[in-house]
Unconditional design. Structure first.
Length: 115
């Protein structure tokens, strides 16, 4: 439906034509758009509002970061899972290493070791 409509006006809060909407939505109002639907021959007024706001939690790792995974010697299933994922074993550090994108959201994520 929206792809068939042409947006011909984009207003910011406080501009002429937004006063009543600013009164209604206050600080939540981001913009007002006027669209024209040629098929139906109607003009639409749409608003973009903020419905939720929460702090951004910066991830510890990027997807491409190589992270150390701590797995004890007797955890054979986890060690095999790491081999399947092509993790690299460091015998001196006694840690497995693989890209974070392969660990993210799996049972291995809580096992990321602090170096």
């Amino acid at each position: 439906m929206l792809k068939d409509m042409k947006s011909y006006n984009h207003l910011k809060p406080g501009q002429k034509g937004t006063r009543r909407l600013v009164e209604k939505y206050g600080e939540s109002l981001l913009c007002v758009r006027y669209r024209y639907d040629e098929k139906r021959g109607v003009r639409l007024k749409t608003v973009e509002i903020i419905v939720e706001e929460r702090p951004v939690i910066n991830p510890r790792f990027k997807a491409t970061d190589i992270v150390p995974i701590s797995v004890s010697f007797d955890e054979m299933e986890l060690r095999e899972q790491l081999r399947v994922l092509h993790a690299r074993w460091d015998s001196q550090a006694k840690l497995w290493y693989l890209p974070y994108r392969k660990v993210q959201g799996t049972a291995l994520e809580p096992r990321i070791a602090a170096e």
